[in-house]
Ligand binder design. Sequence first.
Ligand code: MLT
Length: 245
Amino acid sequence: MKLFIYHTPELTPTDHLPDCAIAIDVLRATTTISTALDAGAEAIQVFSDMEKLMQVSEQWLPEKRLRAGERGGAMVAGCDLGNSPLDCTPERVRGRRLFISTTNGTRALQRVQDAPVVLAAALVNRKAVVEYILAQQPETIWLVGSGWEGSYSLEDTVCAGAIAHSLHTHLNCPLEELVGNDEVVGAISLYAQWKDQLLAMFHQASHGKRLLRLGVVEDLKYCAQTDTLDVLPIQKEPGVLIKNY
Ligand code: MLT
């Protein structure tokens, strides 16, 4: 098994794909996606383009759909939800399809959507992701941080490090057997530095600061939890994720 970490979708190779691609947007898209599926959403359909989201979701009965849109951290006008995982309660999402477009997270998922296996990971479902990888043993794995408009995001790389660290611990092999690029070594060190202060790490991160300016303190606390949701969002067709059973 070889693990590669890319800090942003733009840094992924364009001439090949891995056996398994894992998109990460801790703040907050992949945390929201995991939470919505855990709360009983029928599926999550991701879009980079808001107009396309509106067109496609229009074909669904209003009681069977929810439209979630975020730009710059704020909710997009005309949507039912923004991108807060705390809004994804069972009462709200159960049995519905969540149509979602966010600034970076949904773009990251779309970037890797042609890989044979596509997962969404955050800190909240780290354990479920690691267990799937250990069971399936894909030969090559990409962990792709969503970043922010092409730039590095601290929290996504820390989450990638949390996954890499856990895989290394369970596989109990020399680190060099697992490491596909230098970013993996860097991410594991970063996770080791912040693992006991994940909320404090968000306060240092540029997107964490952006969300704090928007007043969503509770979202940060929620997203900083590790291994709290036993849910694995897995792509069943391009752009559509369901809960893996
Ligand atoms: C994104 O896709 O950039 C994020 O999920 C933004 C957010 O926190 O809503």
